[in-house]
Design a protein around this ligand. Structure first.
Ligand code: COA
Length: 192
């Protein structure tokens, strides 16, 4: 029995370990290839407890967290994430930070619900645009699975368009890497 739940700040504390673990396991996959640590993840998720108007949506199979999706006002992100949006009305933009779903639960409409729930939340708060970014990897990347399907179609179906020339920069340790490297992430946007 799957259920989707939107969390208030206090309620989510009980699930921080589970959520952190899920991010680590899903973001190990291409194209993220992220070699995460539980401590860093818990600190990262803590920001959503502190972010004004942040949202955490989680999918459960019984009591097990199988998916998580988060968002917060773009203005609360660092300048390296805001990127070229700084030239626009940043206060009107809501940022979708991530959607991660255990592989076994994909293709059942949960990802669509993650987007719908966050969009409804941002709209209700009066934001006028929703944006997110996805990491850019070279087409010939050695770790790209042969059956890899980019999510572009999934995002386009949700009404998002690639925002040419708009990028975020983030650093993390790649699997097999020795130190963190900076990645470029392409922005997508949608009017709410
Ligand atoms: C993104 C993600 C949450 C989508 O979740 P999901 O629950 O499998 O998606 P849904 O079942 O809601 O899919 C809805 C539609 O998108 C389609 N779709 C899903 N993934 C797709 C893909 N990679 N390429 C093309 N279409 C895709 C589905 O076939 C379905 O189409 P339909 O409406 O015509 O039936 C999931 O794929 C995931 O966790 N991916 C790994 C992490 C990641 O890359 N996250 C994005 C960056 S934060």
């Amino acid at each position: 029995m799957l259920r989707i739940q939107t969390f208030t700040r206090k309620e989510i504390v009980a699930y921080l370990d589970d959520l952190a673990q899920l991010r680590i396991s899903v973001f190990r996959e291409y194209p993220y290839l992220y070699d995460g640590s539980l401590d860093y993840e818990k600190e990262y998720l803590q920001t959503f407890l502190e972010a004004k108007d942040g949202i955490v949506v989680a999918a459960f199979d019984k009591n097990q967290v199988v998916g998580i999706s988060t968002g917060l006002p773009l203005a609360q992100e660092p300048a390296s994430v805001i990127g070229q949006w700084a030239t626009e009305d940043v206060a009107s933009i809501y940022y979708f930070s991530e959607s991660v779903l255990d592989r076994d639960y994909r293709g059942q409409g949960i990802g669509v619900q993650f987007f719908q729930t966050r969009e409804a939340w941002a709209r209700e708060l009066g934001f006028r645009q929703a944006v997110f970014c996805g990491v850019v990897r070279p087409d010939n990347h050695l770790l790209k699975p042969v059956d890899y399907l980019p999510l572009d179609q999934f995002w386009q179906k949700r009404g998002f368009t690639k925002k040419e020339g708009y990028f975020a920069e983030m650093s993390w340790l790649d699997i097999g890497g020795e130190e963190e490297t900076t990645k470029i992430l392409q922005y997508w946007w949608k009017a709410l």
